[in-house]
Ligand binder design. Structure first.
Ligand code: CMP
Length: 429
């Protein structure tokens, strides 16, 4: 029921991903090589003509692939993306003396930005890690461009190795951007001074961005923990100001500690409530799979009953010693135990009539017989329970006779046991 089958069109999606990966790699190569070839000479890399032909061909094919993908998904191609794709696919190499024209290919970087935006949507839960990757990607490209810009201002000395010159430029650029600035390479004329100022300003801006985001990024790496700590701080201040007794404070802290540890502090009911009905059923089934597996008669029950129950059960947590309800109280719900132990306490308020464990349920007698609770129930450990309110209970009982029969049989057995115990004790003195 909970197994995940391969989604339809999975193969098609895999091919699209491989193609997108290839195109993004080629765009990145083009973005690295274009300024290098302009500054260091068109003959910098071997087989440049072949590479240009390949880029033109694959970028042209990419337009066809994107158009087909847009038709398949119903999402518009986007005018700006189409324009950048067309510009990048123009075979400028045929014009001759073309190195500067290679820059037009860089419009295709819009594809990278688009892919990043799509990944962001698809992997929101990993947004912090992605944000770091995106930042490093764009920073590396920017540093490379700035380094080649510096190299073009410095000029090539005759006889010098071109890659060594590039390396020196990169070294200058990184030491300036990181504000280390050793001063061993200094601007020699006005245009170089202006350029150096621009790079310094860029470096300061980048620093500002990193510092402003670093605490958010680190904090968001463990969002639940950050939220938990902030809430605990607020809670501590509140309890102090209201002079809550220390023992009670400890129990409140323990409760929140448990909830955060086991549920990451999220209230699953409120989170799933906003989902559309179909997805709501699927998510509820998934979230409650543990209890469905643990309750013996639910495990063997039909899909309809399980769906119905999964939708109407709500999680609640009790800490050790908490009274779930007391004997004689009016009844509004029954409970299933997902984790922990609960004790049924006799009417004397002391004796433990039964200890209920994972997969057991309680609170059904009062609902069935429309009378107050026959006994008190106390959490012996931390307990994760699922609560079923009376209205839903009546509904499920009326709709699913097997469920009603099982609850009825268990309840009758418990009542009989209760009567036998009472008879053994004799009349109250
Ligand atoms: P209810 O009467 O609603 O509230 C107390 C609950 O304790 C009762 O329903 C049963 O679910 C449960 N209970 C009572 N007696 C026993 C028993 N002998 N064994 C297990 N559970 C019991």
């Amino acid at each position: 029921m909970f197994s995940r089958s391969a989604p339809p069109g999975g193969e098609q999606r895999l091919l699209t991903r491989i193609w997108t990966g290839l195109i993004l790699l080629l765009i990145t190569i083009a973005a690295i090589l274009a300024p290098l070839r302009v500054v260091l000479g068109a003959d910098l890399i071997p087989h440049a003509a072949l590479l240009d032909a390949l880029l033109t061909l694959l970028f042209a094919a990419d337009i066809a692939v994107n158009a087909a993908e847009s038709r398949r998904t119903g999402l518009p191609y986007g005018r700006l993306l189409l324009l950048s794709d067309i510009l990048a696919a123009i075979p400028f190499q045929l014009a001759g003396g073309y190195p500067w024209l290679l820059f037009v290919r860089l419009f295709k970087l819009a594809r990278v930005a688009k892919a990043m935006a799509v990944w962001r949507q698809q992997h929101l839960h990993r947004w912090n890690a992605l944000r770091l990757v995106y930042f490093i990607y764009w920073l590396a490209i920017a540093v490379h461009w700035l380094a080649t810009g510096w190299l073009s201002l410095r000029g090539l000395y005759p006889g010098a190795d071109r890659w060594t010159l590039y390396l020196r430029s990169l070294y200058w650029c990184i030491s300036t951007i990181t504000t280390i600035g050793y001063g061993d390479i200094t601007p020699a004329n006005n245009s170089q001074i202006v350029y150096a100022i621009v790079v310094m300003i860029f470096g300061v801006g980048m620093y500002g961005y990193v510092i402003a985001n670093i605490s958010t990024i680190i904090g968001n790496l463990q969002p639940a923990r950050t939220r938990y700590l902030a809430n605990m701080e607020k809670l501590g201040a509140f309890m102090k100001s209201r002079e809550i007794p220390p023992a009670m404070q400890r129990r409140i802290r323990d409760f929140y500690g448990y909830v955060w540890e086991h549920r990451l502090g999220y209230d699953e009911t409120s989170i799933v409530q906003g989902l559309p009905p179909g997805l709501l059923v699927e998510v509820s089934l998934f979230l409650k799979r543990d209890i469905i597996q643990k309750v013996p008669f639910l495990k063997g029950a039909g899909d309809d009953l399980i769906k119905e129950i999964a939708l109407v059960m709500h999680p609640v947590v009790y800490t050790p010693g908490d009274i779930v309800f007391r004997a004689g109280e009016p009844a509004g719900d029954m409970y299933f135990i997902s984790r922990g132990h609960c004790e049924v306490i006799g009417t004397d308020g002391l004796s433990i009539v039964a200890t209920l464990r994972e997969g057991d349920f309680f609170g059904e007698i009062a609902l069935l017989e429309h009378r107050p609770r026959s006994a008190s129930v106390r959490a012996a450990t931390y307990c994760d329970l699922y609560r079923l309110d009376k209205e839903s209970f009546d509904l499920v009982m009326a709709k699913f006779p097997d469920f009603a029969a099982h609850i009825g049989a268990t309840s009758a057995g418990r009542r009989r046991q209760g009567e036998e115990t009472a008879a053994r004790r004799g009349p109250p003195r």
